[in-house]
Design a protein. Sequence first.
Length: 115
Amino acid sequence: QVQLEESGGGLVQDGGSLRLSCAASGRTFSNLVMGWFRQAPGKERDFVAQIVWSGGMTYYAASVKGRFTISKGNEENTIVLQMNSLKPEDTAVYYCYARDTAEYWGQGTQVTVSS
């Protein structure tokens, strides 16, 4: 059974930084893509960032480009989202996903940015 374990959410002040991690386990992945979406209260779930495992190509939403960085973690099938210059509008539940032949989602981790 595939599991995605997220960590690193929390409360930070406007302009602060947080680091999210996500580890995928439970099977051998091929052509893996991993990334993050987020969902603010009353809004749809929106794309944040993505990394393609083979080759390391990264993609970002316009709203986070230049402030967030997605990268591979030190452990297998782990990604890190470094979030700098956080704004109150970044407040949301952040969901990790992994996709190859199927799509898997984590439970979500709360990020709150106070003004």
